[in-house]
Structures are given as C-alpha cells and as structure tokens.
Ligand binder design. Sequence first.
Ligand code: 5GP
Length: 215
Amino acid sequence: MFVVRTILFPQKIIYLWLKFYYMKKGKLIIFSAPSGSGKTTLVHYLLSRPELNLAFSISAASRQRRPNEIDGKDYYFITPEAFKEKITRGEFIEWEEVYKDNFYGTLRTEVERLLKAGKNVIFDIDVKGGLNIKKQFPDNSLAIFVQPPSVKELEKRLRTRQTETEEKIKMRLEKAHEEMKYAKDFDVILVNDDLEKAKDEAYNIVSKFINTPSS
Ligand code: 5GP
C-alpha cells in the first residue's frame, strides 16, 4: 500500500521530507494555562527578547474578535463554518473546541512558515492543544504550564480584565479547574504569583532550552 502510494505521489514524499527538515530545525515553545493565568503576558515578554529568535504562532479562531485585537496578528478570525472546513481538509496540527462553539486551532502552514524563516515558534494555546503538540514533536518542543496562584486569584484577574461577560467568566473558571489537573503532564510548571519573577524564570527556561541542541 505504502509503495503504491509512493509511486503515485512522489511529490508527497518530497513534501514530507521538507516538512520533517524544517520541523527539526527550530524549537517549539508551548505556553498553556487556564485563561487569566498571565501566560499571554509572559509570551509577549519573551517575544520582546530578540536573542531568543521567537515568532508567535497565530492560531485560527472562530470566536468574535475583541475590540483591541487585530485579525492576522492576534488570531486569524474565521467563521465556525470556515473552521470546520479546515478541519475536514486536515489543515490543523491540532484544534480544540476550547469553549462551547468557540474553536481554536494551530495551522500547519503557520508553523511551517515560521520554521522555514529560521524562527523558534512560541504557542499560546489551551492545555489539551499544548500536550497534543508536545506529543507530535517530542524532540524539539518544550511544554510550559503557567499556574496561577489560585482559582480565586484567577477570578480576580478575569474580572479586572473586563473582556468577558459574567456567563463567560463562569465558563472560564469551570474550565480552569479542569485544566489545572493537566499541569503534571507538562515539562515545566511555572507558578505566576509574582509577574516579574515569572518573566525571569520563563526567560531562563526558554533560553536554556533554545540553546541546547535537539536530541
Ligand atoms: P482567548 O479566547 O482568551 O483568546 O483564548 C482562549 C483559550 O484558547 C486560551 O487558553 C488560548 O490559549 C487557547 N488557544 C488559542 N489558540 C489556540 C489554538 O490554536 N489551539 C488550542 N488548542 N487552543 C488555543
């Protein structure tokens, strides 16, 4: 079966080889955490350090764009229908329905584009998606779980942010309880009770990983 398909589709072999080559080149840094734990702040901080040579993997998302967000920078905002079509066409490395009717996913083309440009790729994705990428690229990925000091503190942060309705805050807190259970499956747990300290720790962990050759 494999031989027949190889003869019929030699270009597929070239594509897979190229993909493998580029995937091996750069490092994948995955930040996952419950919403409101401060992971986005940490990711932005790391992106501001040019010596880490990081580029942000822009996910596709089917939720509404918030007023402060830019399409093509924060997310590729698409309709749920367009998202489902991309699932059918196998365009995602991973995707999750993170909240009911809100789909988020990592596009193959996005990660390939960044690795091809010689970058290390940084992801800000949910816990299941993060572990999924880790499983697919065990040799060149580092999965970091950002842990908020407590769910109470998380609730405070979500309310201060004022981006969500009461119903959505409840939904995010329920999910946070669930997500905390996965912390132990990550390579690193980074407790964010003091932002400046967490930034330094994140920098040291990522810098060390990037500067260690892949196995
Ligand atoms: P928000 O709506 O606050 O921007 O994001 C909600 C959650 O979806 C966050 O935990 C965020 O990290 C996660 N997320 C963003 N992009 C992706 C993605 O491509 N895949 C997965 N699995 N989760 C994502």
